[in-house]
Design a protein around this ligand. Structure first.
Ligand code: DX5
Ligand code: ZN
Length: 225
């Protein structure tokens, strides 16, 4: 088994106070976050805008956290180099963002960044089968991407189980991340199904005590069987 326990906790700055972003990033680093999740939205692939590579570049020297960049963009290829140069450690692209995900993932690797593939709720696990040899992370969306604070879709749990089996079959070390509506209750469900990375926006940045929130999510995780 290459599944890791406890899962990594990746607070999403989408729910942080944008007027104090550097402080908000430092605060979750002090509070025990493993990765920092950065949601980039283009107003086209998803019906919302967030921020771009400039913010990531500005935050990079201020933090030692792994920068886990989730690109909700189409097209995405013209911008990969920009995000790599801004300091992304991981770049997730959506399988739904275009017909050439295979090439996109190879390009990300060639830029020296760890590639991840994200799946919207309507997309079946099998859609990523042919690119599993190219990814370090699979990001399962448990909400329709575009907004923080939505309800976790339990319909995605079977997909997490299937993807965990598919990831194990490759013999490679692939993390399965879950993104959207993660709280202490759903963290238990997701990890039990095989997730070993949890993105958390509202359930960290919406709480008064970040350290407690992060430890709470980690503590709620269950070992997948
Ligand atoms: C949704 C983003 C998520 C979002 C999660 O489109 O990809 O990363 O920040 O927020 P919560 O944890 O509040 O659902
Ligand atoms: Zn995200």
């Amino acid at each position: 088994m290459s599944i890791h326990f406890p899962p990594l906790i990746a607070p999403s700055v989408l729910s942080a106070d944008f007027s104090r972003m550097a402080e908000e990033v430092a605060a979750v680093e002090r509070a025990g976050a493993d990765w920092l999740h950065l949601d980039v939205m283009d107003g086209h692939f998803v019906p919302n805008l967030s921020f771009g590579a400039q913010l990531i570049k500005a935050l990079r020297p201020q933090s030692g956290l792994v920068f886990d960049v989730h690109l909700m963009m189409a097209p995405v290829d013209p911008y990969l180099e920009m995000f790599a140069q801004a300091g992304a450690d991981h770049i997730h692209v959506h399988i739904e963002a275009g017909p050439h995900t295979h090439r996109t993932l190879q390009h990300i690797r060639a830029l020296g960044v760890k590639p991840g593939v994200a799946l919207c709720p309507a997309t079946p696990a099998q859609a990523v089968e042919e690119v599993l040899d190219l990814v370090d992370v699979i990001l399962v969306m448990t909400v329709n991407p575009g907004f923080g604070g939505q309800k976790f879709l339990t319909s995605q749990l079977d997909k997490i189980r299937t993807l965990r089996r598919m990831a194990e079959a490759t013999g490679r070390d692939i993390r399965i991340g879950v993104d959207g509506g993660v709280d202490v209750r759903t963290a238990a469900l997701a990890t039990e199904a095989g997730a070993d990375m949890l993105v958390a926006g509202t359930s960290v940045y919406g709480q008064p005590d970040y350290e407690r929130a992060i430890a709470g999510l980690r503590g709620a995780a269950r070992q997948a069987v």
